[in-house]
Each structure stands twice: as structure tokens, then as C-alpha cells.
Write a protein that binds this ligand. Structure first.
Ligand code: C2E
Ligand code: MG
Ligand code: MG
Ligand code: MG
Length: 282
């Protein structure tokens, strides 16, 4: 009787593990197909200058639409793509499609930079650097129009690799933003060791900053530190006017969030932010 009780959880644990391995394999082959069949899409979310409310640039966010109209979250498939060695293919596609978007956006009057998210594996890949170098040879102005966002966690996972890659890309003109700043426990070391020109305060601190005194203190100290280190600050996850006004009063440089706009497809982005006659001075 007792033996059965101890064995039962073991068996189901094995099954669960097997199931997870299968899920992972299924998902990896789905991702592989998605890369080949060009199933991914890029959405754009504008980033605004706090003072002027002019658009400063936009973040590029990958979307994977499914046949039933739903989307698989990037939080899920990017993680799996990293584990199964597929992320480099995704990142290269994202960069190429970002360049296509840039052409369209520039001819509609866009002057900012597009922010592309990178993963640890990209930072570890000499192939990724060569890829960027080739693109730069085609268009030396590329580094003015693409900025990379890398999470604190991704930088810390392999700090020497991050340092090498970021310094090499930085020497070719590319700038870096620390994404999800404050969530990785190593923020301060990074700012000293890496070529970073921008910090994105994680939305978890922004959301309740007007009611949670600790969140407010973290936002305030990050702004102070960033200013002393000559870094610009973006606050992400702004969902209402009170937070937008508070951050503007605190001299945060740039603001991003649903309050302004959700991520949208490029045509909507152009119509909403670049084709609006009312924003034009006649
Ligand atoms: P992230 O880079 O920190 O992007 C911000 C996430 O917050 C995005 O979720 C965005 O849609 C969402 N967001 C923006 N404003 C608000 C707001 O006001 N409220 C709330 N609740 N959420 C807001 P998304 O698009 O689901 O992406 C999740 C994460 O997936 C990203 O976090 C990034 O780490 C990763 N990711 C997305 N696209 C790519 C990509 O092309 N490559 C890589 N490597 N990672 C990507
Ligand atoms: Mg980001
Ligand atoms: Mg973030
Ligand atoms: Mg995030």
C-alpha cells in the first residue's frame, strides 16, 4: 500500500516530464515552420518625449498570429526559441523586417529610431555580429535608426559575452537600452561595465508608483542615478494620465505605454502618428 503511494507521484512526474519534453519539441518545430513560412509579424509601439509629447521612436514587438485569430505570447515562444537554438533565426528576421519597416516609415516622415529586443543567445553569437556588420556595410546610417533593447537578465546571463558584443556593436555606432531595469538584481554593475545609453524602468515599478511608496522611491532613484551617469530614461507601462504627469514632472525623458498606444501594425502606426494632418504645421 505504502509503496504504491510513493511510486504514484514518481510515475506521474516522469509522465509530466515526458509530456513537457514533447511539448517543447512540438513547439520548436512549430517555431521552425513559422520562421520558414514567415508567420511572424512586427508590431510597433510608439515612445514619446515626455516634455513635448513628440514621438521619439518606437519599440518593435514580435507577434505570432494563429489561425484562430489568437496570438502566442512572445514571453512563451521567445523562451522556447532560446532553449532550442532558434532565436538567432528569429532575431535576424526581426532585424531584416525592421529595416523594411524603416524604409516605409522614413518615407512617411519618421525620424526616430526603432528599438529591437535581443536575447542572450544573440549576444553570444559571432554570426549575429557579422550579420549586423554586413547590413551596416549596405547602409552605414543603420546604427542611427536601430537601437537594441536587452534585459538586465540577458546581460547578466553571460556578462563577458554581453560586454564583448555590446562594445563591438557600440564601436560601430549602435546604442543600447537596458530593458526591464530593476528586475534583475544587478542593475548597478551593468551600468558601470557596459556601453549603455538608455534605461527602461520596468513596468512593474511604474504601474503602482503613485500608491506604492517603494515603487515611487525606486523610480525616483533610478532617474537620479541615470542622470548622473548620462543615461536617458524611458518609463514603460504607462497606463493613465496621473502616472504620465508624475513622470513628466520628475523629468523622465521618454514615456511608453497603453496610455498613448498599444503596439500596432505598421499601417495603423503610419496613419495614426505620421499621416495626421492635424499635427502638421501649415
Ligand atoms: P519588453 O521588451 O519589456 O516589452 C514590453 C511589453 O509590455 C510588451 O509585451 C508590450 O506589449 C507590453 N506593454 C507595453 N505597454 C504596456 C502597458 O501600458 N501596460 C501593459 N500591461 N503592458 C504594456 P509583449 O509584446 O507581449 O512582449 C513581451 C516580451 O517579449 C518583451 O518585453 C520582450 O522581452 C519579448 N519580445 C517581444 N518581441 C521580441 C523580439 O522581437 N525579440 C525578442 N528577443 N524578444 C521580444
Ligand atoms: Mg523591450
Ligand atoms: Mg521591458
Ligand atoms: Mg519585459
Amino acid at each position: 500500500h505504502e509503496a504504491k503511494n510513493t511510486q504514484q507521484p514518481y510515475v506521474s512526474y516522469q509522465k509530466e516530464l515526458g509530456k513537457r519534453a514533447n511539448d517543447l519539441r512540438d513547439m520548436s518545430s512549430k517555431i521552425k515552420r513559422a520562421i520558414n513560412e514567415q508567420e511572424f509579424e512586427l508590431y510597433l509601439q510608439p515612445i514619446f518625449e515626455a516634455d513635448s509629447e513628440d514621438m521619439h521612436g518606437a519599440e518593435v514587438l514580435i507577434r505570432w498570429p494563429q489561425s484562430d485569430g489568437s496570438f502566442i505570447s512572445p514571453e512563451l515562444f521567445i523562451g522556447i526559441a532560446e532553449q532550442s537554438g532558434l532565436i538567432l533565426g528569429i532575431s535576424k528576421w526581426v532585424v531584416l523586417e525592421t529595416i523594411n519597416h524603416l524604409k516605409k516609415l522614413k518615407s512617411a516622415g519618421f525620424i526616430g529610431a526603432l528599438h529591437v529586443n535581443l536575447s542572450t543567445k544573440d549576444l553570444e553569437s559571432p554570426e549575429f555580429y557579422e550579420f549586423m556588420e554586413t547590413l551596416l556595410a549596405d547602409d552605414p546610417s543603420l546604427s542611427d535608426f536601430i537601437m537594441f533593447e536587452i534585459t538586465e537578465r540577458a546581460m547578466m546571463t553571460n556578462l563577458p559575452a554581453a560586454q564583448t558584443m555590446m562594445q563591438k556593436l557600440n564601436s560601430r555606432g549602435f546604442e543600447f537600452s537596458v530593458d526591464d531595469f530593476g528586475t534583475g538584481f544587478s542593475s548597478l554593475v551593468l551600468l558601470r561595465e557596459l556601453p549603455i545609453s538608455q534605461i527602461k524602468i520596468d513596468q512593474s515599478f511604474i504601474k503602482d508608483m503613485l500608491t506604492q511608496i517603494a515603487d515611487y522611491a525606486i523610480v525616483e532613484s533610478t532617474l537620479f542615478l541615470a542622470t548622473r551617469l548620462n543615461c536617458k530614461v524611458v518609463a514603460e507601462g504607462i497606463e493613465n494620465e496621473d502616472v504620465q504627469q508624475a513622470l513628466t514632472a520628475m523629468s523622465c525623458d521618454y514615456l511608453q505605454g497603453y496610455y498613448y498606444s498599444k503596439p500596432v501594425i505598421i499601417d495603423d502606426f503610419i496613419n495614426k502618428y505620421l499621416n495626421e494632418d492635424k499635427y502638421r504645421i501649415i
